[in-house]
Design a protein around this ligand. Structure first.
Ligand code: GCU
Length: 354
């Protein structure tokens, strides 16, 4: 399979090239925010008593308030930060649920492993539907009003914006290590986590779990059962810039592929998680995407992806370089063991800089 190169023939400094990759991804797939908020403010809105988790962690809710020309928009960020000495690595977790803990989030285990987690319930930012006049459109109202439909960014970009605003908040909180900020999400929010880290270089690492199409899976050379551009833009056109749908069935004409999204995170860390039975997300395509993205790290003299000659039987972890990959048996889900794989990658990479 022939993929568009990450590295140009004429040498450029990496940051210049990286910005070109990001620009293409935004122009062709996700859409760029038309502007940023004018100012931001943070406020604590609630705090659990000190006996929370037996006194081992602090649990607070904060409000991120963004002021725009036409008004202001606020969303909550729910934090669990381990107590005790030192600065903790942390995850900005793009969450399918508002509750803590929940089906996808083992709060106590992560805290016991030493991680802070700041959870953003994605529907607090904007609803998971096409744009209309309903109040739960939230932040989308500010980013879409007055912007021609063709130019509007998709909702993935708005959720990625929220991950960065949660990071802004995190950087004001005690107990968190500003140099060890990760962004993590499952499925559509795994796509978002990768995009957030491509857009915001303050993220030390990004983690996607079962992110699939428009996440860590390549558009070219998909498995028969895998989600295509045609399928994703038919059901979820509003996740993307409008033009992206025109590539349905024309994958070969894309001037990029998803290894550019992973590459745009280089020289930082990225870790891709797949479930062996999640053929819609296409685990082999996700692995091939890591393989193809490796070139970015290698061009800088860093270890990229420690690719296997043949794909081992799940479960396995490939954590050798700047790109990590884990696969477990089973179906589409954000399991405890996925978090444990992500946490292990984060701990391993936190002990050294790439
Ligand atoms: C659908 C969609 C996927 C997405 C998934 C999810 O299956 O087709 O692209 O990743 O929902 O977010 O759970």
């Amino acid at each position: 399979m022939l993929l568009p190169r990450l590295i140009t023939e004429s040498p450029k400094d990496w940051e210049t090239r990286r910005k070109e990759l990001v620009k293409t991804l935004l122009d062709e797939e996700y859409g760029a925010l038309p502007f940023r908020e004018k100012s931001l403010a943070f406020g604590k809105i609630s705090e659990e008593p000190s006996r929370y988790m037996g006194g081992s962690a602090s649990r607070t809710d904060h409000l991120v308030r963004a002021v725009f020309d036409g008004g202001e928009f606020s969303f909550p960020v729910r934090a669990v930060i381990p107590n005790g000495e030192g600065l903790h690595p942390f995850f900005i977790f793009l969450n399918f649920y508002p509750e803590i803990p929940n089906l996808y989030y083992p709060a106590e285990e992560l805290s016991d492993l030493g991680f802070g987690v700041l959870s953003v319930y994605y529907k607090d930012v904007t609803c998971d539907r096409a744009f209309d006049s309903s109040p739960d459109q939230g932040a989308a109202r500010f980013f879409y009003d007055g912007v021609p439909e063709d130019e509007r960014c998709g909702k993935l970009t708005i959720w990625a914006w929220a991950a960065s605003r949660a990071l802004d908040l995190a950087l004001t909180l005690p107990g968190l290590d500003p140099g060890r900020a990760a962004v993590i999400g499952h499925s559509r929010l795994g796509k978002t986590a990768l995009l957030a880290a491509a857009l915001d270089t303050r993220f030390f690492a990004a983690f996607s779990n079962d992110s699939g199409c428009s996440g860590a899976a390549l558009h070219r050379g998909k498995g028969d059962k895998a989600e295509s551009i045609e399928a994703i833009t038919r059901t979820f056109p509003y996740w993307f810039k409008k033009n992206f749908a025109s590539y349905a069935g024309r994958e070969e004409e894309l001037i990029f592929d998803q290894h550019w999204l992973l590459g745009a995170i280089c020289p930082r860390f990225v870790c891709v998680g797949s479930a062996a039975g999640d053929l819609w997300a296409d685990p082999d395509s996700e692995l091939n995407c890591c393989r193809a993205a490796s070139e970015a790290w290698e061009s800088l003299g860093l270890e990229g992806f420690d690719a296997p000659e043949s794909v081992p039987e799940a479960p396995f972890r490939l954590f050798g370089g700047g790109i990590g990959y884990y696969r477990r048996p089973g179906k589409h889900f954000f399991r405890r063991r996925d978090w444990l794989d992500a946490a292990a990658f984060m701990l391993e990479k936190s002990s050294r800089k790439n």
